[in-house]
Design a protein around this ligand. Structure first.
Ligand SMILES: [Zn+2]
Ligand SMILES: [Zn+2]
Length: 135
């Protein structure tokens, strides 16, 4: 076991794995997470700053939860996080669909695709499928 300083409150604690946060701060964070999750459910149109203010949470923390796919943002929410590769607005995870596809093809660093709107593309495909269903 390893002893570390808590990143949040600075107290020493027995570090196991994951983020270097002591059990007390971890618990507090989990409570905040539950609050934020509930708040987003009740306030679908809230921005990250509004959520941060209302729940006294760091906006960075909220983005972190979204990246970890713990917080799920609806399509009509004004909230966006940035693709870590090209900066395109995304709703979840670390990369936009275009960058994910690039990486899957191992072309990530070689080719820069224009910024796409991945969510919309998916929708178009779904609409087309729906249309085919009717035929
Ligand atoms: Zn702590
Ligand atoms: Zn991207």
């Amino acid at each position: 076991m390893e002893v570390r300083n808590c990143k949040d409150c600075g107290r020493l604690f027995n570090y196991l794995s994951g983020r270097p946060i002591c059990p007390a701060c971890q618990k507090k964070l989990e409570e905040k997470f539950a609050e934020v999750k509930q708040y987003i459910r009740d306030n679908g149109g809230a921005t990250i700053n509004q959520i941060a203010e209302a729940n006294e949470v760091d906006p960075k923390q909220i983005k972190q939860w979204i990246r970890e796919e713990r917080l799920v943002i609806s399509d009509d929410s004004p909230i966006n996080i940035e693709c870590e590769s090209c900066g395109a607005p995304i709703k979840t995870g670390r990369y936009c669909a275009a960058c994910t596809a690039n990486m899957a093809n191992n072309l990530g660093s070689a080719i820069k695709k224009p910024k796409a709107a991945p969510v919309k593309q998916e929708r178009d495909t779904r609409d087309r499928m729906r249309f085919l269903d009717k035929l």
